[in-house]
Design a protein. Structure first.
Length: 575
C-alpha cells in the first residue's frame, strides 16, 4: 500500500542480527570458559610443578642419604669382618711372637722376685729358640737364661745370634737391661754402641724408647751426655734445610684437618636448603670447630704428662715392656689393616673419615723414619709409636716450633677460605648477604623482585584487541539500518562483547596478583629465617675462630723443661 512502511525486512534483519549476536555471545562464552579453564590449568600446573619439584628434591636428598647410610653400613659390616680376619691372620702368623713377648716380660719379673727357677727358665728359653727360629727376642731370652746360670759359652753364642738376627733391637734391649740391673759401665757401652749405629735420616721406630729412657732419668747422668751429643748434632743436621721441617709441617696440617668434626644435620636447616654455597659455609665452620678439639688434645697431653710417682725401676720396666711388646716389622702391614678397619668401626662406617685419620698417622707404620718424623709419630699417636704420654709431651715440646707454624698455616688457610657472602636463591629470587644484618634491604629487594616478576606475568596476559574490535564493529553495524532501535541493539551487543573480554582479563590479572602475593609472603618468611641463621652462623664462626688464639698460646707455653724428670740443662741442650 502506498505510504505504508514495510518493517518485515527490518524485523527479519534484526532477527538475523539477534541470532548472530546470540551465536557470537555463545561462542564468546565458550571461548571465555576455555580461556578460564586454560588459565586455571596453567595455575594448577605451576603449583603442581612447584610441589613436584619440592617432592623431587626431598626424594633426591632422601635417596642420597639412603645411599650414604647404606654405604656406611656396608663399610661397617665389611670392617668388622676384616678386623676379625686380620686378627686371626696375625694370630696364625705371629701369635707365638706375642707369647715370646709376654714370656720376656715374665722372665724379667721372675728374675726380680726370684720365684722362677733356673731349670724353668732354661727349658722355657730353649723352647722359644725352636718355635721362633727367626725372631730376635728368642736368642735374647737364651742369653739372659745362660747369663743367670753363669754359662758363658752359651751366653756368648746366644748373644752373637741375637745380634746377628737384629743388632739394633738386641743392643737396645741389653742397654736397658744392664741399666735396670745397675750395671752402669755395661749400660753406657751398650748405649754408645746403640747411638753409633744410628742414622738421623733413617731411624728405627724403637729409638723413641731410648729417648724416653734417658729423658725420664732412668739412665745414669752419663747416659744423658752421650744421648745429648748425638741428638744435638742430629737436630742441627735436619734443621739446616727446609725439607725435613716442611715435611713435618705438612703432616701437622693434615693432623689439624683430620680433627674437623661433622655438623649435625639439623643445624642451619634453611641455609642448607637455600644457600647455594652451603658446602663452603659448612667446611669453614667445621674447620674452626676443630680449634677447641685441638686445644683439648694438646691440653690432655700436658695434663697427663706429669707423673713423678713411678720409681726408676718401674719406669724402666715400662720401657722394657714397650720394647718387647712393640710390633715386629713383619707384623706392621696387618696391624695397619686392623687399625684402618677399627677406625671405620669407630667412625660408624665413614670410610673417608677413617682414612683421614690413617693419612695423618701413616708414617707411624713406617719401619724406619728420620728423627723429626719419629718425634711427630710420638706426638700423633703414642700408643702406636710405642711410647708413653710422657714422651708424647716431650716430642710435642721439641716439635713445638713447626707445630705452631703448621697451626698458623692451617688457621690462615681457613680464614682465607671463609666465604664472605651467603648466596641465597629463594623461589627464583637470588641475593647475597654478608652477615644477615641487612634484613630491611633484603626484604626490599625481594619485594622489588616479585613486583617485577608479577608485572612480567601481567604483561604476558594478551589484551583481547581482536574481540574489542569485533565488539566495536558489531556496535557500529547498526548504522547500516539507519534506525535508532537497530543501532541501540548492535551497540548493546558490542558493549557486552567488550565488557566480557575486559572482565576476563581483569580476573586473570587478579589471579596472578594473588599467586605472586602468596609466593612473596612465603619467600619473605624463608628469607627472614635465612638471615637469622646467617647472623647465628657468623657469630658462631667468629666465636670458634677466636679459639685459635688459645690453641696457639697453649702451644707456645709447651717447653721440654716442663715434662717428666728432664732437667733444664738437658732440655736446653736438646732444643
Amino acid at each position: 500500500m502506498p505510504g505504508v512502511i514495510d518493517f518485515s525486512q527490518i524485523i527479519k534483519a534484526v532477527d538475523t542480527v539477534n541470532h548472530n549476536v546470540i551465536l557470537v555471545n555463545s561462542n564468546l562464552g565458550i571461548l571465555s570458559d576455555v580461556q578460564k579453564a586454560m588459565a586455571h590449568k596453567q595455575d594448577t600446573m605451576a603449583i603442581k610443578q612447584d610441589a613436584m619439584e619440592i617432592v623431587l628434591n626431598q626424594l633426591m636428598q632422601a635417596f642420597i642419604d639412603f645411599v650414604a647410610l647404606d654405604t656406611k653400613q656396608k663399610n661397617l659390616q665389611l670392617a668388622e669382618t676384616r678386623v676379625g680376619n686380620s686378627r686371626q691372620e696375625l694370630q696364625i702368623k705371629f701369635g707365638y711372637y706375642a707369647e715370646i713377648r709376654r714370656m720376656a716380660t715374665g722372665i724379667l719379673q721372675g728374675v726380680d722376685t726370684g720365684v722362677v727357677g733356673n731349670e724353668t727358665i732354661k727349658s722355657t728359653t730353649e723352647e722359644v729358640m725352636i718355635k721362633a727360629p727367626s725372631y730376635w727376642l728368642a736368642p735374647v731370652l737364651v742369653t739372659i737364661a745362660s747369663w743367670i746360670r753363669d754359662d758363658k759359652a752359651i751366653c756368648d753364642k746366644a748373644l752373637t745370634e741375637a745380634l746377628k738376627r737384629d743388632d739394633y733391637k738386641s743392643t737396645l734391649f741389653f742397654m736397658l737391661l744392664t741399666r735396670r740391673l745397675g750395671r752402669n759401665d755395661a749400660s753406657l757401652i751398650w748405649l754408645e754402641r746403640y747411638f753409633i749405629h744410628q742414622n738421623p735420616h733413617n731411624l728405627d721406630r724403637e729409638f723413641i724408647t731410648v729417648l724416653e729412657a734417658v729423658t725420664t732419668g732412668v739412665f745414669h747422668p752419663a747416659g744423658r751426655i752421650v744421648m745429648m751429643n748425638f741428638v744435638k748434632n742430629w737436630l742441627d743436621q735436619l734443621t739446616q734445610g727446609d725439607k725435613f721441617i716442611n715435611e713435618q709441617k705438612n703432616q701437622w696440617i693434615k693432623f689439624f684437618e683430620a680433627l674437623k668434626p661433622p655438623l649435625k644435620s639439623d643445624k642451619y636447616p634453611l641455609l642448607r636448603q637455600f644457600a647455594t654455597n652451603w658446602i663452603d659455609l659448612e667446611t669453614s665452620l667445621r674447620e674452626v670447630l676443630s680449634y677447641e678439639i685441638s686445644h683439648g688434645h694438646f691440653n690432655s697431653i700436658i695434663s697427663s704428662s706429669y707423673d713423678f710417682s713411678d720409681t726408676i725401676k718401674v719406669k724402666l720396666d715400662q720401657i722394657l715392656t714397650q720394647l718387647v711388646t712393640n710390633f715386629d716389622d713383619e707384623e706392621l702391614p696387618l696391624q695397619k689393616e686392623v687399625r684402618l678397619n677399627q677406625l671405620i668401626i669407630e667412625k660408624e662406617g665413614d670410610k673417608d673419615a677413617a682414612q683421614a685419620v690413617i693419612d695423618a698417622e701413616e708414617n707411624i707404620f713406617k719401619e724406619k723414619v728420620d728423627f723429626l718424623q719419629m718425634l711427630t709419630n710420638a706426638a700423633f699417636n703414642p700408643e702406636a709409636a710405642g711410647v708413653t704420654k710422657v714422651t708424647q709431651a716431650l716430642a710435642v715440646s721439641i716439635s713445638q716450633p713447626w707445630i705452631i707454624e703448621a697451626f698458623d698455616t692451617f688457621t690462615a688457610r681457613n680464614r682465607n677460605k671463609v666465604t664472605q657472602t651467603v648466596e641465597l636463591v629463594i623461589d627464583g629470587f637470588s641475593t647475597a648477604t654478608r652477615n644477615g644484618s641487612d634484613e630491611k634491604e633484603q626484604i626490599s629487594k625481594l619485594e622489588n623482585y616479585f613486583t617485577t616478576e608479577m608485572e612480567k606475568g601481567l604483561a604476558a596476559i594478551p589484551f583481547p584487541i581482536g574481540m574489542i574490535i569485533l565488539g566495536v564493529l558489531i556496535g557500529l553495524s547498526g548504522l547500516i539500518f539507519k534506525t535508532p532501535l537497530a543501532l541501540l541493539i548492535t551497540i548493546a551487543i558490542g558493549v557486552v562483547i567488550i565488557w566480557n573480554n575486559l572482565s576476563n582479563v581483569n580476573k586473570k590479572k587478579n589471579q596472578i596478583k594473588n599467586i605472586f602475593e602468596e609466593r612473596k609472603k612465603k619467600a619473605k618468611e624463608v628469607l627472614r629465617g635465612c638471615l637469622a641463621e646467617t647472623v647465628d652462623y657468623r657469630k658462631e664462626l667468629a666465636m670458634e675462630d677466636a679459639k685459635s688464639e688459645s690453641v696457639r698460646q697453649l702451644l707456645k707455653s709447651i717447653t721440654p723443661q716442663d715434662f717428666s724428670s728432664l732437667s733444664q740443662d738437658t732440655a736446653r741442650s736438646i732444643v
